[in-house]
Design a protein around this ligand. Sequence first.
Ligand code: SAM
Length: 312
Amino acid sequence: MAAFVHTPVLLREVVGGLQPRAGGHYVDMTVGGGNHAEAILEASAPDGTLLGVDCDPEALAAARQRLARFGNRVELREGSFARLGEWVAPGSCDGIVADLGVSAHQLETAGRGFSFLHDGPLDMRLSGAGGPTAADLVNRMSAPELAHLFATLGDEPRARAIARAIVRERERAPIVSTRQLAALVERVAPRRGQTTHPATRVFLALRLAVNDELGVLEQGLQAAWRALRPLGRLAVITFHGGEVRVVRRFLREHERAYEVPPGQADVPEFRRPCSPRLRRLTRRPVVPGTAELAANPRARSAQLWLMEKLAG
Ligand SMILES: C[S@@+](CC[C@H](N)C(=O)[O-])C[C@H]1O[C@@H](n2cnc3c(N)ncnc32)[C@H](O)[C@@H]1O
């Protein structure tokens, strides 16, 4: 396995927001290479504990190495963060961080198929648990289904033209590699002065679909919320519009001064007054400063959402 290289995003800001303390219990829902986890463990010395979760066994192996010096203050679990409730008692955590998406290491490993910059099989599965790959979606979905996927998950303006071109191309031969798909998208929607590659949105949409990332994020945020104790803090780093929409919906649901019984529509007749359950720690999401952006261009779309659970 190549060395695991990932520069952490908004590291100081996450630690500043969570304010880890000795004796506290923390969760890193996306432990990846272990950079945020390491900073939280350092800040909660000598006896703060951390549970690190990741669905990617390669990431966990890297985290295990980086965090070995903290001994039994760290526990690592392989699985989706949507399952957090199986591992953490409700109301037991002082702080939780989720640094969403994929690591630089995953992006740059050609065999994982996440990047149009490296030729590899069109895979994009985050975990080793099986399930359909990006190639399966691209070769099996109808043109309208693909267009809907690119438009809704990738905000891709040329979604229909790209979907039609995919269906034409696969009649000749299946689309199986990242370069093949990237070249096709570039032919249909050529680069016109934009700095990002024309296939960026299509690749993002496929990755989100293959891993049901937005559905899993909704479940993960609710699981994190149950795991936090009153006045516990949650830090979420988003990287694109789909994640931002899910986080905003979550914030609104917990900030409002009413509840809607499960399964009911949010209409005035069904609303029951209650106190807000969440306080935002910053009015707007925190974004990287110029020094971080210069050192790590991947941080350019990062936004850190910091919130606190209010006492019931
Ligand atoms: C941006 S990286 C985290 C990097 C880490 N914060 C660090 O500084 O080293 C995101 C990680 O989240 C993991 N991940 C994505 N979705 C997940 C999910 N639903 N459950 C668990 N881990 C997930 C990915 O495998 C990846 O390792």
